[in-house]
Design a protein around this ligand. Structure first.
Ligand SMILES: CC(C)(COP(=O)(O)OP(=O)(O)OC[C@H]1O[C@@H](n2cnc3c(N)ncnc32)[C@H](O)[C@@H]1OP(=O)(O)O)[C@@H](O)C(=O)NCCC(=O)NCCSC(=O)C[C@@H](O)CCCCCCCCCCCCC(=O)O
Length: 719
């Protein structure tokens, strides 16, 4: 796990060998401890170079080991032995030095990095802090403000930035181990004390209290209830105020609290879940590692509304040539202006040239003849989409893949009008498509493995987290969202206000409450969908619209709001009031209070006080309950897929792991019991009826989430 070799007569070369990222497993720590001791005791050795196998220095502690009892040598004394040794140790950083990997390098006396290396202390993203001295050594090296920023955000930095910040001593384009050996030879005999970061003081800083207070306020604002960023600030403060040994004690103490927290478990679950969803498989045996994606060099995008523009930007930023098509000149010009603006602003921010040469704009589908793949992003209307796909089928080369950016329509119905159903998949982006990380890849029953592989891989190229989902109304994300949204409006009927519901959900950790989200995305969108799905029609009494539709409880409040022209931010009024049309700052609207009171009176609904607990439980457990049903129906491969859809597409707080992980963490028996209670109270709300899978899991003693798949009775898995 760590190889030892003596080179150039007097240099000991220690190589970490634990592919793929040389994580510091207990075996690696043992290997490093033994080889360092050997080098320090070998009188022939005058200096040591530490590097990693396969072009990766070290990805930090082995995250898989966090779930097990600690074994093997501890990291802190191991790094201390390197720093305290009387021979210079040089870290040769290639690929990555992250977390414990960078802390190991900070314990070395010198650091040389390859120009393409990336470094950082991302522990905060795992619900932890850099507890191998990172919070104590980094501030002593870079000063407090830089250390605070790097540790609380977990941001990766380039070798060039690391050089500027003094984190590395040299950057090379050539062989990093050779450069490190050269440096090792050149420093033999120089005093080591100034290179031992633990012995230095943090650089003086005026207004220390002010800096820490501002940092604390900032992390609290940003972190939506996450504990780790707060602990990171406290640990760095210890570096500023306490001697090193006491700072280390504080670091360990804070780490102890984080390590055993549910948040750390949730964030580490997310780390592995994010990677697991890329490993898709279909019932016919096709999967990520036996299906070859096509090489996509050119793509067409039809429709330059908000979604289409974002999709064009995402494709172009991935280096793909795009033909963007609109049917009307005015819309095309508007789209061109917006897309160009986004790309130019992005390029300016990154100090590069905007890749505008990769886009062409056209008014006819004929221009899509030769592209490798088309993504349709026209209005959410089945008949319109079918017309577009029938035309594409005629126009495009036989081999062109055809994708639809529908947010919930039947992909198979769309495929059926083409001459190539196996080459049709759904690629459901989330607005704004160039910002949001989620891509649902919708596998129709006739989508080929090659088409799924291509869409998944294209998503990855665009920097998305691609999740394969089955073809059902709303797919995974929007199907589940329906229960969540329904609960939120039912709560309004029963006595809550939009701001009360939103506050409870934001305190739970959602980026935005459900009513603010509605106002942001436009309330008219759902209104149109409800009209086209037959929920609103000529038979609905306009003055006294029914509260039961299609055999279940229905809340007409959103429709009544839309009829008043309250469509959200775009009209300056929705569930909230805005300064003007397009305004962003939501203010509670007394008119809405009156509107809700009148509504309750008119329908004879008694208004009651609704607790924060009820808001969260009804919205969040209803969401998870639908998730169990999604699993039972075979529309998602596992709970991880559902959770990543929610974390990356719906603003679900990552430190709560996703709705399914949250249900597991709350305890499945408790979730079942609360759903049973709410269903008893509201027998006309079917989505509160506990799903059969939830009952089975509870009956089986609530097995860990990783084992849930064994309890799914789906006979018709779509994935
Ligand atoms: C490294 C990456 C950037 C690579 O990305 P890439 O896209 O190339 O590849 P993948 O992400 O797909 O990864 C490939 C493969 O590797 C696995 N993997 C990656 N990193 C790790 C890892 N660190 N551990 C384990 N496995 C890893 C990944 O899962 C993939 O596997 P697969 O099977 O899917 O192929 C990218 O992977 C990345 O970002 N990795 C994470 C980097 C990171 O976050 N590092 C920090 C780790 S945490 C850490 O280092 C903690 C340290 O500060 C030390 C802590 C000391 C502990 C002290 C304990 C004190 C206990 C306190 C108790 C107190 C008690 C008391 O008070 O009394």
């Amino acid at each position: 796990m760590a190889q030892y070799a003596r080179t150039k007569g007097s240099i000991a070369l220690i190589t970490l060998t634990n592919p793929p990222v040389n994580a510091l497993s207990s075996a690696v720590r043992k290997g490093i401890t033994e080889t360092v001791s050997r080098a320090l005791n070998d009188t022939q050795v005058k200096a040591v170079v530490l590097c990693g196998e396969n072009g990766q220095f070290c990805g930090g502690a082995d995250i898989k080991e966090f779930a097990k009892p600690m074994s093997g040598p501890a990291l802190v004394p191991m790094i201390h032995a390197i720093e305290a040794g009387e021979k210079p140790v040089v870290a040769a950083i290639e690929g990555i030095a992250l977390g414990g990997g960078l802390e190991l390098a900070l314990g070395c006396h010198y650091r040389v990095a390859h120009a393409k290396a990336r470094m950082g202390l991302p522990e905060v993203t795992l619900g932890l802090l850099p507890a191998a001295g990172g919070t104590q050594r980094l501030p002593r090296l870079t000063g407090i403000p830089t250390a605070l920023e790097l540790i609380t955000t977990g941001r990766h930095i380039t070798a060039q930035e690391a050089l500027k910040l003094g984190i590395v001593d040299k950057v090379t384009d050539g062989n990093v181990v050779d450069a490190a050996m050269e440096m090792a030879l050149s420093v033999i005999g120089r005093p080591l004390s100034p290179r031992r970061l633990s012995t230095l003081s943090t650089p003086p800083l005026a207004n220390l209290d002010g800096v820490f207070e501002a940092a604390m306020a900032q992390v609290k604002r940003r972190s939506r209830g996450a504990m780790a960023p707060v602990a990171c600030v406290k640990a760095v403060r210890a570096a500023a105020e306490l001697p090193y040994s006491q700072g280390m004690k504080r670091e360990l103490e804070l780490m102890g609290t984080l390590m055993s927290s549910g948040q750390a478990k949730a964030l580490q679950y997310c780390f592995f879940a994010q990677r697991a969803v890329g490993k898709w498989s279909l019932p016919n045996g096709a999967q990520w590692n036996n299906s070859r994606p096509r090489d996509i060099r050119t793509a067409g995008v039809i429709g330059l509304g908000t979604m289409g523009r974002g999709i064009v930007v995402s494709l172009v930023k991935a280096g793909i040539s795009v033909v963007a098509v609109e049917m009307e000149e005015k819309q095309l010009d508007l789209g061109r202006k917006e897309v160009t603006g986004i790309l130019e602003r992005d390029a300016k921010r990154r100090g590069v040239t905007a890749p505008l040469h990769l886009i062409s704009f056209a008014l006819s589908l004929q221009s899509l003849r030769g592209v490798d793949l088309v993504i349709e992003a026209v209005f959410e209307d089945m008949e319109l989409k079918k017309r577009v796909f029938a035309d594409l089928s005629r126009v495009c080369n036989q081999n062109t893949m055809l994708c639809t950016n529908t947010s919930g329509l039947d992909v198979d119905q769309i495929a059926s009008v083409t001459d190539r159903p196996p080459l049709v998949v759904g690629m459901h982006f989330f607005a704004p498509a160039h910002v949001m990380k989620l891509l649902e890849v919708v596998c129709g029953p006739r989508s080929s493995a090659e088409a799924v592989a291509t869409a998944m891989s294209l998503g990855k190229r665009m920097g998305k987290v691609s999740v394969a989902v089955g073809n059902c109304p709303g797919f995974v994300g929007n199907r589940m969202l329906k229960s969540y949204m329904d609960e939120s409006v039912f709560l309004l009927e029963e006595g809550a206000s939009p701001e009360q519901v939103d506050q409870a959900l934001e305190e739970f950790g959602f980026a935005l409450g459900i009513f603010k989200v509605g106002d942001l995305s436009g309330l008219d969108v759902g209104w149109r969908v409800r009209k086209s799905s037959g929920l609103i029609g000529p038979d609905v009494n306009p003055t006294f619209p029914s509260r039961v539709r299609q055999g279940r409880r229905y809340c007409p409040l959103p429709d009544l709001l839309c009829e008043q022209g309250r469509w959200g931010q775009k009209t300056g009024r929705g569930w909230y009031l805005y300064d003007s049309a397009g305004g962003r700052v939501a203010r509670p609207d007394p008119e809405i209070q009156r509107f809700l009171q009148d509504y309750r009176l008119r329908y004879g609904i008694p208004s009651r006080r609704i607790s924060e607990q009820e808001v969260v439980e009804r919205c969040v457990f209803a969401l998870a309950n639908e998730g169990f049903q999604v699993l039972e129906d075979g529309m998602a491969a596992g709970p991880e897929d559902i959770d990543m859809v929610y974390v990356f597409g719906y603003g679900w707080p990552r430190h709560r792991g996703g709705p399914m992980f949250h249900a597991a963490q709350v305890g499945l028996p408790r979730v079942l019991q609360r759903l049973e209670f709410y269903y008893r109270e509201n027998p006309d709300i079917p989505h509160l009826q506990p799903s059969a899978l939830l009952r089975r899991l509870v009956g089986a003693g609530s097995p860990p989430i990783q084992q849930w798949k064994q309890y799914i009775r789906s006979t018709h898995s779509q994935l």
